[in-house]
Design a protein around this ligand. Structure first.
Ligand code: NAP
Ligand code: GLV
Ligand code: GLV
Length: 316
């Protein structure tokens, strides 16, 4: 049976697939696979491992003659037409949990880089402006005793809350359901989105991208933010209205922003690049050796399981 992978993933996983008797083909170029090549290559495969940059829409799915599983190398799966795949009896899996700590670490890294102005610090040194220690050089804020607002109290939201709590923050969260573990262990308090935005010093986004969360942070509610607010987005770019965020930042209405994801990825709003209180990362939430190896292995284990007639390990 054949597996197609749309980019070179960790070799341990490819070895594992081959050891399980599968014929593995990989798109070899170092760029997202063009649609026509994807269409051609999904035709006769039994399993597909795509990246989050590949749009697996009706057209691609209709081109699959015998595919049994689409095993995403990501936890977010808004790039896949899951409903249509289901109609075609194709199982879709993702890679939850294994990238949770990695992504929560990055959310905290961005929170600290923003609150302690790390990139402005580096620039000051590069510009030759570090002349002497002084009482008001690059003052930022501490996390201790601040309100840390989590939007989307799922796996990564909870792991980020845990870290912020360890730093001494009070945790607020906004989610549709109650997260009992966070309430018990972190004394977290569930609040409305507006209340979270108007009271939090740090706001970290962790909802998936879907119709309901599109521009969840927008012109109307950005104005609720405190002047010292720090907004972190490691979820998906279109959860924030990026144009409105830029306007808001330019007016100096908040302290800073830390972004790992963008509304028109990989394009970054040109004005974001000019603002000094913005920390930017190129979608590296899960980019640790540990997480990426585990993601490759989990996607592959899902493939092997389903092609052996067993249940998927992590179906979406
Ligand atoms: P998850 O466990 O499913 O958590 C998402 C949480 O969001 C859920 O617990 C859900 O809680 C809440 N939610 C969903 N829809 C909502 C809505 N309309 N309003 C309010 N809350 C809503 O997912 P996860 O594993 O934490 O991953 C979260 C997202 O992070 C992924 O979908 C992905 O887009 C992103 N991500 C990014 C990176 C990166 O590299 N930057 C890495 C990994 C993941 P309720 O059901 O209670 O509302
Ligand atoms: C990364 O962004 C993921 O969804 O896994
Ligand atoms: C700072 O370096 C201090 O010693 O307080």
């Amino acid at each position: 049976m054949k597996v197609y992978i749309t980019r070179k993933i960790q070799s341990k996983a490819i070895k594992y697939l081959r050891e399980n008797g599968l014929t593995v083909s990989v798109y070899k170029e170092d760029k997202p696979i063009p649609k026509n090549i994807l269409m051609k290559n999904v035709k006769n495969v039994d399993a597909l491992i795509p990246l989050l940059t590949d749009k697996i829409d009706k057209e691609v799915i209709d081109n699959m003659n015998k595919c049994k599983i689409i095993a995403c190398y990501a936890v977010g799966y808004e790039n896949i037409d899951v409903k249509y795949a289901k109609r075609k009896n194709i199982i879709v899996t993702n890679t939850p949990d294994v990238l949770t700590d990695s992504t929560a670490d990055l959310a905290m890294a961005l929170a600290l880089a923003c609150s302690r102005r790390l990139f402005e610090s580096r620039k000051l040194i590069d510009d030759g402006k570090f002349k002497h220690w002084k009482p008001d050089l690059l003052l930022g804020y501490e996390i201790k005793d601040k309100i840390f607002g989590i939007v989307g109290a799922g796996r990564i939201g909870e792991a980020t809350a845990k870290r912020a709590y360890a730093f001494g923050a009070k945790i607020f969260y906004y989610s549709r359901s109650v997260n009992m573990k966070m309430e018990k262990e972190l004394k977290a308090k569930k609040v409305s989105l507006n209340k979270l935005l108007e009271t939090s010093d740090f706001i970290s986004l962790h909802v998936p991208s879907n119709k309901e969360t599109y521009h969840l942070i927008n012109k109307d509610n950005l104005k609720l933010l405190k002047p010292n607010a720090i907004l972190i987005n490691t979820a998906r770019g279109n959860i924030v209205d990026e144009n409105e965020l830029v306007k808001f930042l330019k007016k100096g209405k908040m302290f800073s922003v830390g972004l790992d994801v963008y509304e028109h990825e990989p394009k970054i709003h040109h004005e974001l690049l000019k603002l000094k209180n913005v920390v930017l990362a190129p979608h590296i939430g899960s980019a640790t050796v540990e997480a990426r190896t585990a993601m490759a292995m989990l996607a592959s284990r899902n493939v092997v399981s389903v092609l052996n007639g067993k249940k998927p390990i992590t179906p979406v």
